[in-house]
Design a protein around this ligand. Structure first.
Ligand code: GDP
Length: 184
């Protein structure tokens, strides 16, 4: 199923990026926040890949970001190479209130190494920052980990709409930087 607007109109750059991370960390809510400014309290009913488009204007150029969501497939470890094919960036999401989701970040990184492009832009995202009272992973611990792995890092709240655009845009602008440098 496709969310958001269609891909009909022209653009100067089309970038594919993927959302990855354990189930229920907030991937689809981050995407709907970014692409449609919506938040859902219920959990999602469907299984299957979903994606959304977002237009970003940089000067006189139009970037179209096509962002894929696992839509439940991660529950069955059914994410395949086609999910990663052509992806230039990834938001790797964990839930700051569930340590297991942070501990699994290494597994997701291995998967990116296996299936993804070598110079993929990866932003580590600690979601649900609004639930600070139930926090199980400190910001500093995650930041140190990200630094050691050479990843960008940000804490977000899809619920409170905090840092959501920033996280996606950081990834998209980095992709743009790399792509335009390559074509010089
Ligand atoms: P996904 O399986 O990773 O796509 O996760 P979902 O987007 O379906 O979210 C899983 C659950 O976490 C849902 O009940 C959401 O309402 C909730 N959730 C997602 N993002 C946030 C957030 O930023 N804060 C809080 N408090 N709950 C969130």
């Amino acid at each position: 199923m496709m969310m958001g607007e269609s891909y009909e109109e022209g653009c100067d750059y089309l970038y594919k990026a993927v959302l990855i991370g354990d189930s229920a960390v907030g991937k689809s809510n981050l995407l709907s926040r970014f692409s449609k400014d919506e938040f859902r309290l219920d959990s999602k009913p469907t299984i299957g890949v979903e994606f959304a488009y977002k237009n970003i204007r940089v000067g006189d150029k139009l970037i179209k970001a096509q962002i894929w969501d696992t839509a439940g497939q991660e529950r069955f470890r059914a994410i395949t190479s086609s999910y990663y094919r052509g992806a230039l960036g990834a938001l790797l999401v964990y839930d700051i209130t569930r340590r297991s989701t942070f501990e699994n970040v290494g597994k997701w990184l291995n998967e990116i190494k296996e299936f993804g492009k070598a110079d993929m832009v990866i932003v580590l995202v600690g979601n649900k920052s609004d639930l600070g009272n139930s926090r199980q992973i400190g910001e500093e611990e995650a930041m140190n980990f990200a630094e050691a792995q050479g990843l960008c890092f940000m804490e977000t709240s899809a619920l409170e709409k905090k840092n959501v655009d920033e996280a996606f845009l950081e990834m998209i602008f980095k992709i743009h930087e790399i792509t335009t440098q390559k074509s010089l």
